[in-house]
Design a protein. Structure first.
Length: 94
């Protein structure tokens, strides 16, 4: 499989980048090398190999999302420069 300059120009337009003639040729050559490598990978015998998404065997460990009152909550709110009820008042962040 080979990619042409027209396709590189189209990709550049989609990415909203301007490429010079030399850059077009460089990226065309680079992408053709990548596509060539993919063709080589397609020839590898993968029969009997199970698909992997995680090679270390680690799994996510989730906990329940529960609000827990901290023993320091009252002290923190009491020491806040501005507060409204049991909440700390902060500047708008936009």
């Amino acid at each position: 499989m080979s990619i042409g300059s027209d396709e590189i120009e189209h990709i550049a337009k989609l990415a909203r980048i301007e490429l010079s003639g030399a850059e077009l040729e460089k990226f065309r050559a680079d992408l053709n090398k990548v596509l060539g490598y993919i063709e080589v990978l397609k020839t590898v015998d993968t029969d009997g190999v199970e698909p992997l998404a995680q090679v270390t065997g680690l799994q996510n460990v989730f906990r329940k999302d529960e609000a827990v009152e901290s023993p320091l909550t009252k002290e923190i709110i009491d020491n806040a420069p501005e507060k409204v009820g049991r909440f700390i008042k902060v500047k708008k962040v936009f």
